[in-house]
Design a binder for this molecule. Structure first.
Ligand code: NAI
Length: 402
């Protein structure tokens, strides 16, 4: 049977190369498809690639009986029913670092623009006003950048800011390796009190939601700047508007909002729209062509590796296992199974009974799911894989031969 990778939503063309090299036939769609059409196309998909607009719910998985793996060519995987996928032994891959650099670059650009007082001068110039002065206009060199969340983006930003001569401080709930001369501080309050620019790079969690409210803005240095290019729920927008109104916060750059338009046809409304010292952007922190290419490359390579030799490295919903490329002359059994006592002995008994020699074996579990691989040497008897697939506890079983 022809193996087909179906890519929806205009995924970057760099994704084609690894998928073609893995022997797949490609089918491409420029947009997300209506549900009935999506289900029709999925009926013959071996692999599928989506972005955020294609909802892969239980019905979509039911419509895809041959699906081996799903690639989310984006960062988030909220659009996918991950449990249903795991229950079928279908790994779901995403591209978590593809747009890290893009966000960090926007944050550094925003830092420079805010500290120079560019937004209000630019808006004024458009109106015909010539605000040629150096009032509240600063170099970033020697200033303190306070990073909340020193993960992928926060630490990348730290490196760029240090190169510009900024003094970098960060606050994270986890211990993190400081890059260059960056220094960690013990609390958010401490970070707010010392920073000339405070920038958020944490996920949206019950702990971080609303972490910047009136009390936190009041703690910031008078005349400091604030940046949120992480998630809309982290900062209280009304409290930020009040701090901008009073002049306590001199400027802000905001890319993410508590309520964002669902499409370009919906109007964007925010209490921040009245401030000329604010940079507003439509959640495009990670939206660059380079990021799309990086994600296309990353996710397609993960899909191809899973098809080619069973690697689940980088999967978000199944045990991660990297069995490495398959040696020539060997066959590899890939088995997703229920993580319950007894399965492995049934699995191994069945392999011993086949007469093939087990040259290598690996197992990883995650919650109720187990993933085992075994490399076999010698003749594989007819019906062997069907026998393994019928074992009590087996979820999905595949055989690849080198
Ligand atoms: P990451 O997971 O690599 O780093 C997040 C860091 O925040 C971790 O080091 C974690 O320990 C820390 N953290 C978690 N809770 C914390 C708390 N309560 N206080 C202090 N630190 C805390 O995430 P990454 O990739 O750096 O992304 C950061 C944010 O940027 C996420 O919210 C992500 O959704 C957002 N983002 C926004 C984009 C945009 O288009 N504007 C694009 C990409 C990411």
């Amino acid at each position: 049977m022809t193996k087909t990778a179906i890519l929806f939503e205009n995924i970057h063309p760099v994704a084609d190369k690894p998928l073609l090299a893995a022997g797949l036939t490609l089918e491409r769609h420029g947009a997300a498809l209506p549900v009935s059409e999506l289900h029709e196309r999925l009926a013959h998909a071996t692999l599928a690639g989506i972005r955020s607009r294609t909802k892969m719910n239980a019905e979509a998985f039911a419509a895809a009986p041959h699906l081996l793996a799903l690639g989310c060519f984006c960062i988030g995987t909220n659009q996918v029913d991950l449990d249903t996928a795991a229950g079928r032994g279908i790994p779901v891959f995403n591209g978590p670092f593809g747009n890290t650099r893009s966000v960090a670059e926007l944050t550094i650009a925003s830092t420079i623009m805010l500290m120079r007082g560019i937004p209000h001068r630019s808006v004024a110039a458009m109106r015909g006003e010539w605000r040629k002065n150096a009032e509240h206009s600063h170099e970033v060199r020697g200033k303190k950048l306070g990073i909340v969340g020193y993960g992928n983006i926060g630490s990348q930003l730290s490196v760029i800011a240090s190169a510009l001569g900024m003094h970098v401080y960060y606050y994270d709930i986890e211990p993190k390796l400081a890059h260059g001369n960056a220094r960690s501080v013990g609390s958010l309050d401490e970070l707010l009190e010392i920073s000339d620019v405070v920038t958020l790079h944490v996920p949206d969690t019950p702990q971080t939601r609303g972490m910047m409210g009136a009390a936190q803005f009041a703690r910031m240095k008078p005349g400091a700047h604030f940046i949120n290019q992480a998630r809309g729920g982290l900062a209280d927008i009304d409290a930020l508007a009040a701090a901008l109104d009073s002049g306590h916060i001199r400027g802000a750059a905001v890319d993410v909002f508590p309520k964002e338009p669902a499409s370009k046809n919906e109007a964007f409304v925010s209490p921040l729209q009245k401030f000329e010292n604010v940079i507003l952007t439509p959640h495009i922190g990670g939206s660059t062509l380079e990021a799309q290419a990086a994600i296309g490359d990353d996710v397609a390579a993960k899909l191809a590796r899973f098809l080619d030799h069973g690697s689940t490295k980088g999967a978000v919903n199944v045990p991660e296992l990297e069995p490495g490329p398959l040696e020539a002359g060997r066959c590899r059994v890939l088995s997703f199974h229920r993580n319950a006592p007894g399965f492995l002995s049934r699995f191994n008994d069945a392999m011993s009974a086949s007469g093939a020699n087990i040259a290598a074996q690996r197992l990883q579990t995650l919650g109720e799911l187990g993933y085992a691989t075994a490399d076999l040497e010698g003749e594989i008897p007819a019906g062997f894989i069907d026998h393994l697939a019928a074992l009590d506890g087996a979820i999905s079983t595949r055989l690849i031969c080198g």
